[in-house]
Design a protein around this ligand. Structure first.
Ligand code: 5GP
Length: 204
């Protein structure tokens, strides 16, 4: 069965990162698309694993060379999806997860209409603020910017096919996996298998 492209968007602080790590840990049919960014690494982030951290010049050169599927500016930094990795993982039959914001999500959906769009939210905005503050890696100014951005992003939620409310992590991981599983078994994604059984039946 072919791998599918999954876009996971959500407010900064929705717990997308944790959800993603758990999915990648618990199930081996997923691959994470490592993005390129001009933002500085947070403590504990590893270049090439969490992001490819690059300069603005390098990012702009990568855009110019057509090596990104999409890119966007988010809170003063560039973020983008390198093509090569996504292509190679899809070919291996993996479901590739893109953790990207809404502008990028819409660009991907336009290029690849079969992409599954999932929006991850915390159970409430009070909880969102609490999580952002608890993370302790951002200044009050950055947190305020991210909340303002969340306001904008909330207008796009109904363009997504599914929503995952990340309250209890175990439940959210299971729900996310169930959503992807259901997509994989859509008849339109199982064309090769369907042809095989139809052809076999012809010989009876
Ligand atoms: P953070 O700085 O918290 O890691 O990410 C900020 C936002 O950028 C998140 O909403 C995240 O989903 C988004 N993002 C990360 N990588 C990409 C990317 O490659 N393209 C786009 N468009 N957004 C991204």
């Amino acid at each position: 069965m072919d791998g599918i492209l999954i876009v996971m968007s959500g407010f900064s602080g929705a717990g997308k990162g944790t959800l993603l790590h758990r999915l990648l840990n618990d199930y081996d049919d997923f691959a994470f698309s490592v993005s390129m960014t001009t933002r500085s690494p947070r403590e504990g982030e590893v270049d090439g694993k969490d992001y490819f951290f690059v300069t603005k010049e390098k990012f702009e050169e990568t855009i110019k060379n057509g090596l990104l599927y999409e890119h966007a500016t988010y809170c003063d930094n560039y973020y983008g999806t390198p093509r090569e990795y996504v292509d190679s993982k899809l070919k291996e039959g993996k479901s590739v997860i893109l953790d990207i914001e809404v502008q990028g999500a819409m660009q991907i959906k336009e290029k690849f209409p079969d992409t599954l769009l999932v929006f991850v939210t915390p159970p409430s905005i009070a909880e969102l603020k609490r999580r952002l503050e608890k993370r302790g890696t951002e200044s009050a100014e950055t947190i305020a910017k991210r909340i303002t951005r969340a306001k904008e992003e909330s207008k796009w939620i109904d363009r997504y096919e599914y929503i995952v409310i990340n309250d209890d992590l175990d439940t959210a991981v299971k729900e996310m996996h169930d959503i992807v599983l259901a997509q994989r078994f859509q008849t339109k994604r199982c064309g090769t298998f369907i042809k095989e059984i139809q052809n076999e039946l012809l010989s009876f």
